[in-house]
Design a binder for this molecule. Structure first.
Ligand SMILES: CC(C)(COP(=O)(O)OP(=O)(O)OC[C@H]1O[C@@H](n2cnc3c(N)ncnc32)[C@H](O)[C@@H]1OP(=O)(O)O)[C@@H](O)C(=O)NCCC(=O)NCCS
Length: 281
């Protein structure tokens, strides 16, 4: 784990639950594709020994920011930095709609809102969790650290409908080594024969007492049997046992990819704030 990663995570955790990121989005996005670092640029700003902002630029020109709302001036600085690093062409930037200091900075820098696909944060109060129920012939359990090959395999099998997944055993091992990954929150459904067929990776932020599901999947031949429902519910129970009071998941909210949102709402998640994407020609 790099010091850059840990610095970003310190800000994600310090700013609590009302922003775009969770420790788990960062853990997954930063580590799950081997070599992805070559296609991005990251800068972290500190003041008085504390991280106050970061910018994550995916080349050629998409930027995601996290800026302490108490230090909104860093949003303009981060956008200006992204201009120096981005390649020629259009710039885009995304924020959660409640991050009004970021949206104000986008607009001041000439960005305008687009109708790009968006993600809707969904929340689950862990005071009540439905009981996980599986069809006969399946069981749900968390993985062990030495199962990286099979664990990466069920992810790839679930996420290759549109294009082959870039997650490999090597990249999944990097995820498993990334703070705060813990196998106790990484669950799978397996058949009687021991084949993993559905999975749900949970990430627990013990300071903010919030768990995140990222990512979730079921291989095509076993879909619509209630396996993902049961797997997710098992992770929610693990979060609660560890002291979490709320769980979050962030599926697409637009009509272009509606099924995950239906799954999460079917198990008790409630939609909240959405992301908004801005562009500058
Ligand atoms: C989304 C996904 C994980 C669902 O897995 P699954 O094991 O088939 O889901 P379940 O059988 O547990 O479904 C539970 C509920 O979710 C909803 N649901 C799931 N698939 C659905 C579909 N194709 N159409 C409509 N509703 C659906 C239903 O409410 C369903 O309950 P029901 O079958 O009693 O109506 C699976 O389609 C998948 O792996 N997709 C590709 C990866 C992905 O997009 N992951 C989520 C990203 S956030």
């Amino acid at each position: 784990m790099t010091s850059e990663y840990l610095a970003m995570q310190s800000l994600v955790q310090r700013l609590g639950n009302d922003h775009r990121w969770h420790l788990g989005d960062m853990g997954w996005s930063y580590h799950s594709i081997t070599g992805a670092a070559e296609g991005r640029r990251i800068k972290v700003w500190e003041d008085g020994g504390e991280v106050v902002a970061f910018a994550w630029l995916d080349l050629p020109g998409h930027v995601d920011l996290l800026v302490d709302p108490a230090r909104p001036e860093y949003a303009a600085e981060a956008l200006a930095w992204s201009d120096t690093e981005a390649r020629e062409g259009k710039r885009t930037a995304t924020a959660l709609e409640t991050e009004t200091h970021l949206i104000a900075a986008f607009e001041a820098a000439g960005y305008r809102e687009t109708d790009a696909p968006f993600f809707t944060h969904h929340h689950h109060d862990l005071a009540h969790i439905d009981e996980p129920v599986l069809p006969q012939g399946f069981r749900v359990r968390h993985v062990e650290r030495d199962e990286v090959e099979a664990r990466a395999g069920v992810h790839r099998g679930s996420w290759s409908d549109l294009a082959p997944s870039r997650v490999t055993a090597e990249s999944y091992a990097a995820v498993m080594n990334a703070w705060p990954y813990a196998p106790e929150f990484d669950w799978v459904v397996e058949t009687d024969g021991g084949e993993m067929v559905a999975s749900s990776l949970g990430w627990f932020d013990e300071v903010n007492r919030t768990g995140l599901l990222e990512p979730v999947g079921c291989v095509p031949a076993y879909r619509r049997m209630g396996l993902s429902r049961a797997c997710n519910l098992a992770v929610l129970k693990a979060f609660r046992d560890a002291g979490a009071v709320e769980a979050r998941v962030c599926p697409r909210g637009d009509d272009g990819y509606p099924i995950p949102g239906k799954l999460y709402r079917a198990i008790g998640f409630v939609p909240g704030a959405r992301t908004r994407t801005y562009a500058r020609p």
